[in-house]
Write a protein that binds this ligand. Sequence first.
Ligand SMILES: [Ca+2]
Length: 354
Amino acid sequence: MILWQRPPPFLVFLLAFWLAAPATAEQMPAVPDAAGFGPWLEGVREEALGSGISAELLDRVLAAIEFNPRVIELDRRQPEFTLTFERYMETRVTRDRIARGREKSAEFDHLLAAVGDRYGVDGRFIAAIWGMETNYGSHSGGMDVIGSLATLAYDTRRSAFFRQELMAALRILNEGHIDFAAMKGSWAGAMGQSQFMPTSFHAYAQDFDGDGRRDIWLNPADVFASIANYLKRHNWQGDLSWGREVVLPEGFGAFEAEIAQDRPPRACRRALREHSRQLPLSDWQAMGVRGANGGELPQTGILASLVRPAGNQGPAFLTYANYRAILSYNCSNFYALAVGRIADALLAEPEPSE
Ligand SMILES: [Ca+2]
């Protein structure tokens, strides 16, 4: 039940929870019998050989992997609770993550600027996504990608999706971008510091340093360029930010019908169905919406959707096209707002008390 036309690069736990949410434990398919895994891999080998992957590579890699019951356990895990927006922001946009983001932005200053220039994506957004996905490369997931994907493809729950990802992962090895031993990722196959699924790797990963390998595991230049390219290819507007927090006027409820969407889009519907219609900032200003500090909104035609992640009584945000590019990375309003807030913190001077 993957609902995207293109899979997002990172299947976060929230997403896994969401995928699991409609099913009760009784409805989950039984854990497959590990005894059939070896014979099943023979079929994988045949298919991979037919698509041009070398026999030597397949012999070596397929002999080294096993059915991993831990992956099935993680896939079957039921959500225990859903974080509120406030709690999500407290746990994701931490002082530590911002402080580390400042350190890493300083350390990779020239590289982030060079990548930012090439792709038209401000380096603070690249750093913010890097920080959210893997805490700046320090938590990329230590699971063997081929073993995890083969286990999920052998399982019956989403076998077609994961078999396609498995084939894409074998192609990455066949093309020599990374060695088998270093091809690590999350249990669901999101790989390296940018947490790309293998099909996203083929579509978006970049070789920024020009060594012939697209190395999103160990090479910061390739990691940054891959994140930037993903955003650029999802309609990133280099001269815009992501959006802004706003204050709604008394009696704003009168506009609810006027700002409702005609029809939520098909892609990333889970997050976008919570958005208002896209209207120019000047229209929002005319409705009495103001900046978080009470200031006037810019009188421009920039299109913005209103997002209220904690419901009508909670904080309100006007979000631009770049916010939707962040949603394409990970279809969650909480995630996109956290990325925006970290990116803004990286722009601002640290508070004297910090
Ligand atoms: Ca490279």
